[in-house]
Design a protein around this ligand. Structure first.
Ligand code: BDR
Ligand code: CA
Length: 313
């Protein structure tokens, strides 16, 4: 059983990550922190509450986090990818109230005290909430068992720019703080998430299921429209749920040796790029500070099918 705090910018693929974490018997989902990114943070909170109540898991604490990047610049969202509501413009979520007693950073710190050494933080949005938690409590990494992120691209180009993947590009300064912190991290980058592809076949199976599965089919329709412009066919990368699956050991992976990953925080064309030193020079080198990241290099195919099965149950 993996104890997971999920931090997300609840758009379409984040929704599938929440469902995977909340429905899997292998995962104890102890909280969800919301952040800005795919949509604004209040909408991310609404979308998260909506999903958890649909599956009878309103008991999971949901916390409102950062509304924009660490450096105070104005946030930008992705309505062309995820809809104005972060849920494919399905139109039934805006009534959900935004209820949150503690910030996402406070939730992370609290849960690290309640689950010392075993809490697995899975972040599938911009890393602003994690950075804020680190700034508030420098001892946090001592209590966090592991951090897995969906973000970056080690071997492929990015998606927002040629160099940068969206979650890192949104807040490179936050990402750099998170990579610098003395905790063990696994990076599930675009290299692998673009190999976990949801297709019309998956969507048709969901559309024939119950209300939750039908909701997934409707939001995926919007996501597929966006991806059609990129790939030429109706499909989408299953980015965020794959990171949850990797964290919980639900998908066999090939990992890099321990390496050092840095984020380009310059303001040039490479801003937001993740530079993973895959040469292996630092592998398991105890005297090289910062060499504590592993990058997922390969995944065994088939997780998407199992995820659809899980949502259909
Ligand atoms: C990542 O960016 C967001 O649009 C998705 O939710 C995912 O977390 C993919 O680059
Ligand atoms: Ca996301």
């Amino acid at each position: 059983m993996t104890t997971i705090l999920l931090d997300c910018d609840t758009g379409i693929d984040d929704a599938l990550a929440i469902l995977t974490a909340a429905l899997s018997d292998e995962i104890d989902l102890v909280g969800v922190g919301c952040t800005w990114g795919n949509t604004d943070v209040d909408q991310a909170v609404r979308n998260t509450h909506h999903l958890l109540s649909m599956i009878g898991r309103a008991d999971v604490p949901v916390a409102r986090g950062a509304a924009g990047p660490l450096d105070g610049t104005t946030p930008t969202f992705s309505p062309h990818v995820h809809g104005d509501d972060g849920a494919g413009n399905v139109g039934d979520i805006s009534h959900v109230p935004v209820v949150a007693d503690e910030s996402a950073a406070e939730l992370l710190i609290r849960l690290s005290h309640e689950h010392p050494g075993t809490l697995h933080v899975v972040a599938v949005g911009p890393l602003t909430n994690l950075a804020l938690a680190l700034q508030a409590d420098r001892s946090l990494p001592e209590r966090v068992g592991h951090v897995t992120i969906m973000g970056g691209a080690a071997l492929t180009p990015g998606n927002v720019t040629a160099a940068a993947e969206a979650n890192i590009w949104h807040d490179p300064e936050a990402a750099q703080l998170v990579f610098e912190a003395p905790w063990e991290m696994t990076m599930v980058g675009l290299d692998v998430t673009m190999r976990s592809i949801l297709t019309e076949e998956h969507r048709a199976r969901l559309a024939a299921g119950g209300p939750v599965a039908q909701h997934c089919a409707r939001i995926l329709d919007y996501y597929f429209n966006f991806y059609t412009g990129i790939t030429g066919r109706r499909c989408a990368g299953n980015h965020d749920a794959l990171a949850v699956a990797v964290a919980a050991g639900l998908v066999p992976t090939t990992l890099s040796p321990v390496v050092h990953v840095e984020v380009d925080t310059s303001h040039g064309p490479s801003r937001g790029r993740t530079i993973a030193d895959l040469r292996g020079m630092w592998a398991d080198h105890p005297q090289v500070p910062g060499a504590r990241h592993r990058v997922v290099l390969e995944i065994e195919p088939g997780f998407e099918d199992r995820m659809v099965d899980l949502i259909l149950t």
